[in-house]
Design a protein around this ligand. Structure first.
Ligand SMILES: Nc1ncnc2c1ncn2[C@@H]1O[C@H](COP(=O)(O)OP(=O)(O)OP(=O)(O)O)[C@@H](O)[C@H]1O
Ligand SMILES: [Mg+2]
Length: 253
């Protein structure tokens, strides 16, 4: 049974997509069977791996609302993992979602769980219906927080919402769900980033991963080259950092 991991935080631009794509590539390096699900209508994960969302047809939309099997929409990437790519039609899903529909993705992923070891979900920013679908589908929420001033606000907004609303509403389904915080865009050699991490650890303790993803221009470069960091600059510390995330996931079980 695949473990489902959602990269979630309501705050935008904190490294959800970067973490989802690069963790997928690092898990594939460990010979794990990995599916990446792009739930964001910006289609950043889809573009990251070199797929044009305008050329995706049928798309996730047809899986979500038209009962097309996900296996028809899946694509192989050049990086050892599969993707359920996004298209602009995700906007139509967002429009159609009603209260209670948060559980749709969870049900859609069920038949795929025998095919994969890990299903990673890149969620959109904001309190959007698809973001909640990603959260409700997950066994593990990985919360990418950029190591800057507002990080704690973003993290506590997500965690408070999940624990007070979502865990109550889906008590049976999510009784085993775990949350971990992953710091991204970490600037070593300043006192600022370490201070943010320490302050967050004081609140969330062991739920903050020890792995720190460094800030480096190699990440925007890797997006522009449509290659995960492990393929663009395999020996770079940033590539090693996502390999550490992958090993943590595998060992955490
Ligand atoms: N560790 C890092 N160092 C430097 N830049 C980074 C790092 N991680 C991500 N970035 C860059 O920051 C920007 C935002 O990252 P990303 O798209 O992963 O965030 P996101 O949380 O998915 O954003 P959104 O909320 O819009 O979906 C991108 O340009 C990305 O290349
Ligand atoms: Mg994103």
């Amino acid at each position: 049974m695949a473990k489902v991991i959602a990269f979630s935080i309501f705050k935008g631009g904190t490294g959800k997509t970067t973490s989802a794509v690069n963790t997928a590539a690092a898990l594939a390096e460990l010979d794990k069977r990995v599916l990446l699900v792009d739930l964001d209508q910006q289609a950043s994960s889809t573009r990251y791996v070199g797929i044009d969302p305008n050329q995706v047809n049928p798309a996730f939309y047809h899986v979500f609302l038209k009962q097309t099997p996900a296996s028809v929409v899946l694509r192989q990437t050049a990086f050892g993992f599969d993707i359920l790519p996004a298209s602009s039609l995700l906007a139509a899903i967002e429009e159609s979602l009603e209260p209670g529909d948060e559980v749709l993705l969870r049900n859609i992923l069920k038949p795929l769980q025998d095919e994969y070891d890990y299903i990673l979900v890149d969620t959109p920013p904001g309190k959007a219906g698809l973001a909640f679908n990603g959260i409700v589908a997950a066994d593990l929420l990985l919360v990418p927080a950029s190591a800057e001033r507002m990080a704690i606000d973003g993290v506590s907004d997500l965690i408070n919402h999940v624990q007070s609303i979502i865990w109550n509403k889906y008590r049976n389904e999510l009784s085993q769900q775990e949350i971990r915080i992953l710091f991204t865009m970490y600037k070593a050699g300043t006192s600022h980033s370490p201070g943010i991490v320490q302050a967050t650890r004081r609140i969330y303790g062991g739920n903050v991963l020890d792995i720190l993803i460094p800030e480096t221009v190699e990440f925007p470069r890797s997006f522009d080259h449509n290659k995960p960091i492990t393929h663009l600059v395999p020996r770079h510390a940033a590539a090693e950092a996502y390999r550490s995330v992958a090993r943590w996931i595998v060992n955490h079980a």
